[in-house]
Write a new protein. Structure first.
Length: 144
């Protein structure tokens, strides 16, 4: 299973695991929302207000999603820039931990009673952190 990342010793990297792409897309969710809002010119402002009522929350999401976005862009060049690719894992883990800490600081009784979305997002962030830290296949794909 771990040998999948170097096909027959030819130095050709196998495709990255689907779970890694799902984690990166999840962590870059604010950037995806920004692209969707920019693509729909008339409803862009409405989309942003619907999904992110507070602009400060949106800006934090953009900053915390930047390492995942950079990691997605570097994925095609992981053999050319192996050090940068290894640093991507650490930066995604750190940004995810900071996002979890920030979300936990936003918890209060009124926010959790009005919408369970903050709780669900925090749980998903904790699951992605656990996957990045413990799953051998995800660890191995950053060691190419």
């Amino acid at each position: 299973m771990m040998e999948d990342f170097d096909i027959e010793g030819e130095g050709i990297a196998a495709p990255l695991p689907f779970l890694l792409w799902a984690i990166l897309l999840y962590q870059a969710r604010a950037w995806i929302l920004l692209v969707m809002a920019g693509a729909s010119r008339q409803q862009g402002d409405t989309l942003l207000r619907l999904f992110v009522p507070e602009t400060s929350t949106f800006y934090v999401g953009l900053v915390m999603g930047l390492p995942a976005l950079i990691c997605m862009m570097l994925s095609g060049y992981r053999q050319r820039f192996p050090r940068s690719w290894r640093v991507c894992r650490v930066s995604v883990i750190i940004s995810g931990a900071l996002l979890c800490a920030w979300q936990l600081s936003q918890w209060n009784r009124e926010a959790l009673e009005s919408s369970p979305l903050l709780l669900i997002l925090t749980l998903f962030d904790l699951l992605t952190e656990a996957a990045l830290l413990t799953m051998g296949r995800l660890k191995q794909c950053f060691k190419q």
